[in-house]
Design a binder for this molecule. Structure first.
Ligand code: ADP
Ligand code: MG
Length: 469
C-alpha cells in the first residue's frame, strides 16, 4: 500500500524519538517509501540503499519500523524491504564487499559517509551510545529450559562474579533463540552490581563498521584503545566477522589483548567456532578456548510458558488454548513466536476483542503456512533425487562427488526449511551424518541461493512441488 508523504514525515519524527537522533541519522534517514507499490493492502514497501543496509535495518529495526508504520497507516501491516541503490556504482561496492579479503566499505552509503565525516563523536561514544541494552532482556524475563540450560547457567555465573570463570563464553544457536537476550541480561546484571565496570556490548557488524571507519579516518589507534579500555566486552553475532580478513585480524588482536588483561569476553554466533569455515585456525581455537554453550529451540511446554510471559508484558489476554496453538504451530524460533503474538496483540487492540484460535489462524496465515505443510524427509529425498536424476540411495551414501553432494545438500536444506525436524534428525535420515554436516549444508545452500540464480531457481521449484504435492 502507498504511504503518503505526510505519513512518512510523521514516521520519521516518531522514529527519531524512538531510536535517538544519531542512530536515526546513521541507519534510518535514508529509508524511503518505495514508489513501486505492489498493490497489497497489508504490505508497505520500503526502499533501502544496499544489501548491507537492508540486513542491518531488518536485524535491528524491523520491529520498530513495523510498529511505526502500523501507527501511521493505522492498521497492522507487514513491511517489505527492497534494495534501491542510489547509483550503479554503489551496487559495485556491495558486491566487492562480499568478496573474501576485501575490506568492506558497504556501510558507507554516500549520505552516511558525509555524516560520518561531519560527526564529531569519537568512536567510543558511538559505540556506547549506538547499542543501548534492551531493558526487557533480563534474566527474570528469560524462561529457562533444558534447551538453554548450560548457556543460561554460564551467563548467570559470569554475571554474578567479577572473577573470570569462563573466558570467553561463547553462546551459539539459530536466530531468535535468545542469544542476544542472554547477553543483555548479563550486562544488566553486571551493571546493577558493579555500576563502575565498563561493559561494552556491540554487534559484530558494528565492530566491523567502526573498524573500517577508523581505517578511513586514520584513527585506528582510538579504535584499539576503545576496545581495550573495557572491562567486559560483548560481541554479538561474531559470524559476521568471519571472512572479513582485516577486521578478523583486528578482532584477534583485541581479543588477545583483553584475555591477557584478564577481561571478560562474551560472544555469540549462529554456529560454534569449529563450524565457522572462514575463520583462521588460530582465531577459531581461541574462540573455543573458554566455555562454548549451544542453545536450541525450547520444547512445547517452554514455548507456551514464554508466550504467557510475553503476553503478560504486552498486557494481552492469552488463553491457554491460543498459547498452545501458537507453541505447537510456530516452531521456527522464539522471535517468530513473539512476532506472531505482537501481531495478535495489535489486532486485539484494534478490534477491541480477544483473539480466538480461528482468528489467529487467519491473521497468521503467512507464518503458519510455512510449517503446516506435512512434508516428510523421505519425500524430500525422493523428489530431489528425481529432480537431479540421481539415485535415492545416494542421499544416504558417502559418495562425495559434486554432482551427488550438491543435490544432497539441497535436500538437507529443504528438509530443514519444509519440515520441523532438527539437525540431528535430518542427519540420521541422510545415512547417519552428523548434525554439523547438515548445518553446513544448510548454510552452503543459503549462500548459493544468494549467489547462483540457477540454484535459487531449482530450490524454488522444488519447494513448490514439495509443498503442493
Ligand atoms: P537471537 O539473538 O538468538 O537471535 P534474541 O535474543 O534476539 O535471539 O531473542 C529473540 C526474541 O525471543 C527476544 O525477544 C527474546 O526476548 C525472546 N526469547 C528467546 N528465548 C527466550 C526465552 N527462553 N525466554 C524468554 N524470551 C525468549
Ligand atoms: Mg541476536
Amino acid at each position: 500500500m502507498q504511504v503518503t508523504e505526510q505519513q512518512w514525515l510523521s514516521l520519521k519524527e516518531w522514529l527519531k524519538g524512538r531510536v535517538g537522533e544519531s542512530d536515526y541519522n546513521a541507519w534510518l534517514s535514508h529509508l524511503k517509501p518505495d514508489h513501486d507499490d505492489d498493490g497489497s493492502e497489508h504490505t508497505v514497501r520500503v526502499a533501502v540503499a544496499s544489501k548491507f543496509m537492508r540486513e542491518w535495518v531488518v536485524r535491528h529495526y524491523s520491529e520498530i519500523l513495523r510498529e511505526g508504520i502500523t501507527k501511521i497507516v493505522q492498521r497492522p501491516v507487514d513491511v517489505d524491504y527492497v534494495i534501491r541503490s542510489a547509483s550503479d556504482s554503489m551496487g559495485e561496492v556491495t558486491r566487492a564487499g562480499k568478496q573474501k579479503g576485501a575490506v568492506q566499505p558497504t556501510a558507507a552509503t554516500p549520505t552516511q559517509a558525509a555524516q560520518a565525516a561531519a560527526a564529531p563523536s569519537p568512536i567510543i561514544e558511538g559505540l556506547y551510545k549506538g547499542n543501548t541494552l534492551d531493558p526487557r532482556y533480563t534474566f527474570e524475563n528469560f524462561v529457562e529450559s533444558s534447551s538453554t540450560r548450560l548457556a543460561y547457567a554460564a551467563a548467570q555465573r559470569i554475571a554474578e562474579t567479577d572473577d573470570l570463570v569462563y573466558n570467553p563464553l561463547f553462546i551459539h544457536g539459530g536466530v531468535g533463540l535468545g542469544k542476544t537476550h542472554l547477553m543483555h541480561a548479563i550486562a544488566h546484571h553486571i551493571l546493577e552490581n558493579w555500576p563502575n565496570r565498563r561493559v561494552l556490548y556491540v554487534s559484530s557488524e558494528k565492530f566491523v563498521y567502526q573498524f573500517i571507519r577508523s581505517l578511513k579516518d586514520h584513527n585506528t589507534l582510538d579504535f584499539k584503545e576503545t576496545f581495550r579500555s573495557v572491562d567486559v566486552l560483548m560481541i554479538d553475532d561474531v559470524q559476521f566477522i568471519a571472512g572479513k580478513d582485516a577486521s578478523q585480524e583486528e578482532f584477534f588482536h583485541t581479543f588477545n589483548a583483553l584475555v591477557d588483561m584478564r577481561k571478560q569476553i562474551i560472544l555469540t554466533a549462529d554456529r560454534s567456532p569449529h563450524e565457522m569455515d572462514d575463520l583462521t585456525d588460530r582465531l577459531r581455537s581461541r574462540l573455543g578456548s573458554g566455555l562454548t554453550a549451544a542453545i536450541h529451540l525450547p520444547d512445547l511446554e517452554t514455548r507456551i510458558a514464554i508466550m504467557h510471559k510475553k503476553a503478560e508484558a504486552l498486557n494481552m489476554e492469552l488463553s491457554d488454548k491460543l498459547a498452545y496453538f501458537l507453541g505447537e504451530n510456530i516452531t521456527t524460533n522464539i522471535r517468530e513466536l513473539e512476532g506472531a503474538l505482537n501481531r495478535l496483540a495489535a489486532h486485539a487492540t484494534l478490534i477491541q476483542q480477544d483473539i480466538t484460535v480461528d482468528l489467529a489462524q487467519d491473521l497468521l496465515r503467512d507464518l503458519l503456512g510455512r510449517v503446516n505443510r506435512v512434508v516428510t524427509l523421505d519425500e524430500v529425498q525422493k523428489k530431489v533425487a528425481e529432480f537431479y536424476q540421481i539415485k535415492i540411495a545416494d542421499m544416504h551414501s558417502s559418495r562425495r562427488s559434486r554432482n551427488i553432494a550438491r543435490p544432497r545438500q539441497v535436500a538437507m536444506y529443504l528438509c530443514k526449511s519444509l519440515t520441523v525436524k532438527s539437525f540431528p534428525e535430518i542427519g540420521r535420515a541422510f545415512g547417519g551424518r552428523d548434525h554439523t554436516t547438515v548445518m553446513h549444508a544448510v548454510n552452503k545452500v543459503e549462500e548459493l541461493i544468494e549467489k547462483d540464480p540457477s540454484i535459487a531457481e531449482d530450490v524454488r521449484l522444488l519447494e513448490k512441488t514439495l509443498s503442493s504435492a
